[in-house]
Write a protein that binds this ligand. Sequence first.
Ligand code: NAD
Ligand code: WQD
Length: 344
Amino acid sequence: MKFKSTISTVLVTGGAGYIGSHTTLLLLQAGYDVVVLDNFVNSKPEALRRVAEIAAREPEIIKGDIRDSDLLDQLFRNFSIFAVIHFAGLKAVGESVTNPLTYYENNVCGTVSLLQAMTRANVTRIVFSSSATVYGDPASVPIREDFPLKATNPYGATKLYIEEILRDIYRSEPHWRIAILRYFNPAGAHDSGMIGEDPCGVPNNLIPYIAQVAVGKLSELSIFGSDYDTHDGTGVRDYIHVMDLAEGHLAALNALETLSLITCNLGTGIGYSVLDMVNTFSEVSGKPIPYRISNRRLGDISQCYTDPTHARNTLNWKAGRGLTQICGDHWRWQLKNPNGYKLE
Ligand code: NAD
Ligand code: WQD
């Protein structure tokens, strides 16, 4: 570990992952020094090598786990970290149903371990990756931040519990500065096509699945249900470009200069259906996306999109990239990296 002393060092947990790598890039480009802590359970060091290449600056990379208290203490001692952006966590909903304890251990205990180390080091500024999943099946759309919260699976429960822990910390230690960001559906990639989402095995999420059908790795898409109460019967979501999301994190860091507890939805405010996504991806890529309609997926909801007003007012931020750019950038990444970060 190299020693650095600067007041603009940000610790990014999970910084090698999909959203973390894009955010690390923007932080470096904005002039922050970045320390990434990642155990690479769902990512590859190659992502950070490419981040450094694009930024022409390197983050400090620490391979390790947020549950390792000694490592965290050492890290806070060696670097003058002023804020933490906390992405590290497991995120597969289905896997969380099968292995709930793994999820509670990694996500909740891991976050408690991080917050304890921050307390010991007197670092009290954090931006946390929450999720629209904390709204469960909302009674109406668009979803506002004051809607009731409800977890419908262990993954969602970990996000909800961590949010509660952060709110409790704020109640007892009001000098903390905490931003809770509830992401809608991240998609797309950096426009260089050098970094992007690299799912392990068959993707669970729609856009990476469509991208792998378009590139010929998967033969067809199963559309999970066409009898929802939406404009074409397929599920509607708020797809947000990962670079807009990354910018939202820098906006949150900035907003924490004056605000203490921020809770914002990060989405575009526009809902698109599965068929809208298939059609746009097919147009942008020039490739057919064969699909068949299958049964609804257990636990899926009909519609989910945000009211972006609160984020706009609080963070002075809005998602500016549209559907064509989301699909175009995702396609460029997929085409240039058919096997993700795996180096052939
Ligand atoms: P990702 O899996 O690509 O990134 C998470 C990173 O955390 C990975 O690099 C992984 O190796 C690392 N990690 C996991 N457990 C760790 C641990 N114990 N110690 C150190 N590193 C660890 O996921 P992502 O899509 O970039 O998501 C980032 C965060 O945003 C996650 O917390 C996720 O739950 C949340 N989120 C993601 C989505 C989405 O659809 N991608 C939506 C809402 C919220
Ligand atoms: C989008 C739409 C599916 C795959 C999940 C998590 C959520 C959050 C984001 C982390 C739905 C349909 C999908 C496929 C399909 N993650 N679909 N065929 O379910 O909105 O959210 O990721 O916090 O917690 O639950 O995203 O991309 O899986 O699905 O028809 O092969 O695409 O039914 O309507 P989802 P998704």
